[in-house]
Design a protein around this ligand. Structure first.
Ligand code: NAD
Length: 295
């Protein structure tokens, strides 16, 4: 199958390749998400863009949520629509209950329902612990954890309102939280971020347990190091990228395409018996490379 992104295994410090929506579509000849509607938050950048483009290529009508840079969201929408897909951009700050409720209302008005939600939004405000301000703590928890709670709750409300549609999908709804390897690996200097991702893990698992009997599947993706604006400093120079590779047994830094592919699978009926799990997409980062030669 033709690849929509070209990756040179030998290259270092390269920018992630731009997406080509028409090529992406050719990767999903069976359109596993056809007739479904997906809301992806923080979808105008990085991993969210990868997820929303893959889901659109796999046949879903998509909502490209953004809070800043409307032009970036609109460019993604235009690309998807130009390639024959369905997409709209909706502005909403995921920390605002009213705005999240309104985003789901607008989605249902436009596309009829929601089948897939990807609470993806997350950011870092790094600090040594003794210097961390309450604002830094609260901001990260609000975006990374409370924002994911609000989006998941609105999605569940819509899944329950609409009820099952077995002709469309075996599950009544699917939620895919964007977590991190740092729901599992502690991260000094990033205590607020680590706490938020640990919180996302138990949000996901507790919710999965609560709604499984209503045929709603809830899972997470745990990205390792993925080249996006959140972590440019970690891969922008050859020295930085080589240092990062010390943590990655598979010996390449990930790209948003890696996460987009995993997200489509987790949203599709191919993963129908999976709920309450974090799929680590990390090139083996959670294998603890430091133990490869002893321990
Ligand atoms: P990114 O900075 O490119 O994307 C984050 C997106 O969230 C942006 O579009 C940003 O505008 C949006 N956003 C921020 N605050 C928001 C708000 N209040 N409301 C709505 N949108 C808001 O970074 P990314 O790397 O693509 O991160 C996406 C997710 O992946 C995050 O949850 C992050 O923690 C997670 N993650 C990333 C990596 C990585 O290596 N890049 C690794 C592990 C986990």
């Amino acid at each position: 199958m033709a690849s929509a992104v070209k990756w040179d295994m030998e290259s270092t410090s390269t920018n992630p390749p731009a997406f080509d929506q028409a090529s992406l579509i050719r990767r999903y000849p069976q359109q596993p998400l056809r007739n479904q509607v997906a809301v992806v938050t923080g979808a105008n950048s990085g991993i969210g863009e990868g997820v929303v483009r893959h889901m659109a290529a796999a046949g879903a009508a998509v909502v490209v949520n953004y809070v800043v840079h409307p032009e970036a969201a609109q460019a993604i929408v235009d690309d998807i629509v130009h390639a024959g897909g369905k997409a709209i951009a909706i502005e909403a700050d995921v920390t605002s209950e009213d705005q999240v409720v309104e985003m789901f209302k607008q989605t249902v008005q436009t596309f009829g329902t929601v089948d897939i939600a990807v609470p993806n939004t997350g950011l870092q405000r790094d600090s040594r612990f003794e210097e961390m301000t309450l604002d830094q703590w609260n901001f990260v928890i609000a975006v990374n954890l409370t924002g994911q709670f609000l989006c998941a709750r609105e999605a569940v409300r819509e899944f329950l309102r609409r009820g099952p549609r077995p002709e469309i999908s075996s599950a009544t709804g699917k939620i895919i939280h964007m977590s991190s390897v740092h729901e599992f690996i502690p991260w000094a200097g990033h205590v607020n971020y680590g706490a938020s991702k640990g919180g996302v893990m138990m949000l996901m698992k507790s919710l999965a347990q609560e709604v499984a009997d209503r045929k709603i599947r809830v899972n997470s993706i745990g990205p390792g190091a993925i080249k996006t604006p959140i972590n440019t400093a970690a891969w922008a120079t050859p020295e930085a990228e080589h240092k990062l590779l010390d943590l990655i047994p598979y010996n390449r830094v990930g790209i948003a395409d890696d996460i987009g592919r995993a997200a489509v699978w987790l949203a599709s009926d191919d993963s129908d018996y999976i709920t309450g799990q974090t799929l680590m997409v990390d090139g083996g980062m959670t294998l603890m490379e430091g133990f490869a030669t002893g321990g």
